[in-house]
Design a protein around this ligand. Structure first.
Ligand code: TMP
Ligand code: ASP
Length: 236
């Protein structure tokens, strides 16, 4: 497989064409942003960690019947994935109140919900990813009803698998963001990444934050937190 021209550069990853029209290569950077790019920085080693963690978790999800874009890890930072058209929805699942949920509804962080919630944001940097409901998504033609139903079912399934997986290594999965893509044959698959950038992960015993909130909130110990998640997952 040949790595060809760069197709796209996002805030945390670059995407390259390959000689196969159905495959692209994702290249994970150490760049970190928050608040839609208003805060910028570097988390040393993050690209390697997010690449390896995403690939491992996607393979676990595949085993549990969740289709993903994952094809093959080719280096510490690079992975071959299926080329998809990203559905422009950020799909957020929450098990415990935190972040924008706590702020929006005026509640403390750490309230354990009886059942997980799902919400959508419209993936649009110029609009700052506004929250929207599934009727809005239909009205804007972002996805069909059938696709939305499939996406919600897959997102809850991902939650079941990841929550159990992280619990086994002493980590509480508070909330996370997923993105889905459509392959050339019209199939919806899980895309993007699953990492401490896109999940809130709290130490189950101490409640210590082991995710990007340490960067967002200037808490220090950012690299250590990412490495701790790696150690928990891969035992090293
Ligand atoms: P929020 O509480 O700020 O809405 O974030 C919910 C979850 O989504 C949290 O785990 C972090 C993740 N997230 C992203 O991956 N990308 C984003 O742009 C935002 C705002 C949140
Ligand atoms: N996606 C956000 C940004 O664009 C980062 C975040 O808060 O996770 O900067």
């Amino acid at each position: 497989m040949k790595k060809l021209e760069q197709l796209y550069e996002g805030k945390a990853k670059k995407v390259f064409a390959t000689d196969d029209p159905d495959l692209v290569i994702v290249d994970y950077k150490d760049d970190a942003t928050a608040f839609n790019g208003a805060k910028k920085g570097t988390i040393v080693g993050k690209g390697v960690i997010n690449n390896k963690l995403t690939n491992y978790l996607m393979q676990q999800l595949e085993k549990e019947g969740v289709p993903t874009h994952f094809v093959e890890e080719i280096s510490d930072r690079e992975t071959v994935v299926k080329k998809v058209t990203i559905v422009p929805l950020e799909v957020i699942i929450r098990n415990i109140s935190a972040g924008s949920f706590a702020k929006r509804y005026g509640v403390e962080e750490g309230i354990v919900f009886k059942a997980p919630t799902v919400e959508f944001s419209y993936k649009s940097d110029p609009l700052d990813d506004p929250l929207l409901n599934h009727y809005h998504a239909l009205a804007l033609g972002l996805a069909t009803q059938e696709e939305i139903d499939q996406i919600i079912a897959m997102a809850f399934k991902v939650n079941d698998v990841l929550k159990a997986f992280f619990a086994e290594v002493g980590v509480t999965l508070v909330d996370f963001k997923l993105e889905f893509g459509k392959t050339s044959d019209g199939k919806i698959v899980l895309a993007d990444e699953i990492s401490p950038d896109t999940c809130r992960l709290w130490d189950s015993k101490t409640g210590e934050k082991l995710d990007k909130d340490r960067f967002r909130r200037d808490m220090g110990g950012v690299e250590d937190a990412y490495q701790e998640i790696m150690r928990r997952v891969f035992g090293k």
